[in-house]
Design a protein around this ligand. Sequence first.
Ligand code: NDP
Ligand code: PYC
Length: 349
Amino acid sequence: MTDTVTLTLSEANDLCLQILLRTGLSAGQAEAVSEVIVTAQRDECHSHGLYRLIGCVHSINTGGVNKVANPKVIDLSPAIVKVDADFGFSSYAYKKVISLAVAKAREQGLAALAINNCYHFSALWPEIEPLAEDGLAALALTPSHSWVAPAGGTKPLFGTNPIAFAWPRADGHPFVFDFATSATARGEIELHGRAAKKIKPGLAIDQDGQPTIDPSEALKGAMLTFGGHKGSALSAMVELLAGPLIGDMLSLESKAFDQGRGASPCHGELILIFDPAVFLGDTLAANLSRAEMLFDNILGQGARLPSQRRYSARQNSLANGLTISTNLYDDLLALLDTAPTALCMTLRG
Ligand code: NDP
Ligand code: PYC
């Protein structure tokens, strides 16, 4: 038996859908969640790809997620729209509201989209890269559960709190970065644990506040912020802007709300959308070409742009399918244990 399995994108999507629908999740949510998971796997973002299905199913089965969530859009002001996700998954609420948020950005030049009361497990770039493909710039922020110690502290307080940014480019893929303000995503540490591998030094401390490279000790202790006090302040910013500013939970509160169930974090997300055409009018093209000069200079030094690896991975997946470990594949099939054998055989073949 080989230690990897390759699926077409459509097989991977079917697998996600079958697994999620089996839990009783509504079709709309199952489709939105499958899309974001397969999109992440396609770009080889393994910590937020098919592996996440295990956490999603756990979050649904432990009772927190509203399987029939009906997100409610609240048109708050000319530049602000909120959507109450009704304790369903963020990706579904996002789909319900994004066209209104974009319309506001095109009208006002700048719009803020707040997603409230959502279960959130996904990477952020799948939400903002399409906006940049349509000529907009965007910034997305969300807290998580309190797993990360502030710089100088030893106890979990912040979430892993990702920040993602996207900028449009006339030719080629947008400039996009998306990373946790912790030194790595928690999902990466979990994946190291699954593969029985040590983590790099500098990512976490154990429960006694001592540095650790053991994934299970790291998960029990506290993760560290990236860049010391700088990542720590950015993480606090994410807590504030995507927490109290939008009337939603801090990571500490989200963890308490979970009551030890181990579900995905439940809280808010803030997305800011900028329309450069409104900011710049007739000077749009000239200014976008100045941005290109910046990218050229980065590349000119032999450095790479963020998302360059992801875009190459995408090309490979589109041509050759998605390759995951047999271990993960078997864990996913186990989530389908009452599904028709024919489906499992098709996917395995
Ligand atoms: P990384 O530390 O791996 O950083 C990822 C970003 O940095 C990507 O944009 C990546 O581009 C870019 N990058 C990596 N190496 C380089 C390089 N040498 N030069 C230029 N750019 C580079 O990611 P994290 O572990 O911090 O986060 C991974 C994912 O986890 C993110 O998508 C994030 O949204 C998600 N996450 C989600 C959370 C949530 O609550 N929903 C919480 C925390 C994380 P490339 O992809 O091309 O390598
Ligand atoms: O990997 O840190 C993480 C994470 C938290 C919530 C979703 N992903």
